[in-house]
Design a protein around this ligand. Sequence first.
Ligand code: PLP
Length: 366
Amino acid sequence: MRPLAAHIDLDALRHNYQLACRCAPQSRSVAVIKADAYGHGAVACAHALESHVPAFAVACIEEAIALRNSGISKPIVLLEGIFSADELPLVERYALWTAIHSAWQVDALLAFSPSQPIPVWLKVDSGMHRLGFGLEEAEAVWQRLVNAPQVTALHLMSHFATADASDGLYFNQQLLSLKALAKTLDAPLCLANSPATLAWPDAHGDWNRPGIMLYGSNPLEVANPTTQQLRPVMSLRSEIIGLREINEGEPVGYGGRWRAPRRSRIAVVAAGYGDGYDRHAVDGTPVLINGQRCAIAGKVSMDMLTVDVTDIQDAAIGSEVVLWGAASNGAVLAVDEVARYCDTISYTLLTGVLPRVPRRYQESSV
Ligand SMILES: Cc1ncc(COP(=O)(O)O)c(C=O)c1O
């Protein structure tokens, strides 16, 4: 069997969720498990978290129905709401909560007659300029919804564009305008994503929406004592399947991008871009072999990648290779560090692990 697998540590997931709750003790934290729980497997992650969380958040109704069909009964919020009016009977049938970001969604909801009112999060564009009603129109929309028989538990929701930046300039503009609006409407708030949960207590609302931190990645520019407590949830591990010695000056892989600076030993690892490992990984991108750091040498292929193991004495066929996450000896390679070498972010690496890679779940307690 091919040795590559994504090992998912469900204890670490719960630990990180509890850390999010400790960061914001006055808020309820909805666990964001959209995009298949950022690649970790939404059904398994939801079941691991269900007794700890007040609600889950997903991107769309298909994701919510998959959770319901797996037996999840906690509230599930649709962060982008419905994509067409004919989803409203499903929102009712599956007892979902929904964001509303557009006038057509308001019209559709007010033309619908659910047997029970639907919890609604009114999405306001306070500066992200993606989805949501403009600050100037939000009050009128709020007034249309707040006493409507179709609606219950109306909240204001907004998303920050720069909560991960340490200067806080644009972030504070967004926050101030949202607080002013919430005061005018006497509205409960749901604002904070992971970086705001970790770094901006002023943004903690009645609800927060941490996502990436649940999976152990630090979304802030600079680590702090709290982010250092995050534990990796996904460990992408494989093995060495080939080893060869090459002479100084010889190239490795497509295009011969890497050339041996000395006589070198090259390990071939069963993992490639056909598994979702980023092809943009440069020479020098770290991996752990038998828990020791070494570096990618040569372009990533579809099913394999190559690593310079000249200084790793015990590298052998079958040696453990960690592409990110935790090694068997306890060493950790942060997905955030790998992402920097790939000129990307942890979110794309984690969500990019393809279905070809089996997810193996482990937990010591529930
Ligand atoms: C609307 C919304 N809320 C919350 C989150 C969670 O953000 P993060 O993963 O940065 O915590 C996201 C993520 O994209 C989002 O789109």
